[in-house]
Design a protein around this ligand. Sequence first.
Ligand SMILES: [Zn+2]
Length: 193
Amino acid sequence: MSRQLELTPQRGDALLLVDMQNDFLPGGASAVASGDQVIAVLNAWLARFAAAGLPVFATRDWHPAQHCSFQTQGGPWPPHCVASTHGAGLTGSLHWPSGTQIISKATVPDAEAYSGFSHTDLHERLQAAEVTRLFVGGLATDYCVLETVLAALQHGYRVVLLQDGVRAVEVQAGDGKRAIAQMMAAGAVLLEG
Ligand SMILES: [Zn+2]
């Protein structure tokens, strides 16, 4: 089977979009530079999965107001994605199919969770949907995408990383590239375009 055929979404596949929330997009409280450049790419993937009747999952940061990751609490990030605020909302620029399953993470004050599998029922929901392979895009490459992909591989899923559907924070220049290399070394397949 050709590589291209193998990478066509099929039964057993799900699309997993990481943290496509207002606060991580330009204008948001903790914006990823050029994060909006993934919108058109991910809308094309959403349409592809919806047309094929394949499941779509969306993770979201869903923090209490005093979350430990906030600079106000001694953490590394500006306050962002406080539960039920506009900033925590999934962006309306993506055409979410009805039936999109939303996974909230990092919901307690004293624990950070970059991975969508961390203290959530994502694994159980994927198993219930008989998913074995994840197509992953979203924000940000070097944090929540990285940790979600590594956790997915550890749980035994195959992972296709959508290269044009992710963007990095780059606290240090090159963090995005290093994160992609780390995901590929762990077994993720990189899909260009
Ligand atoms: Zn967060």
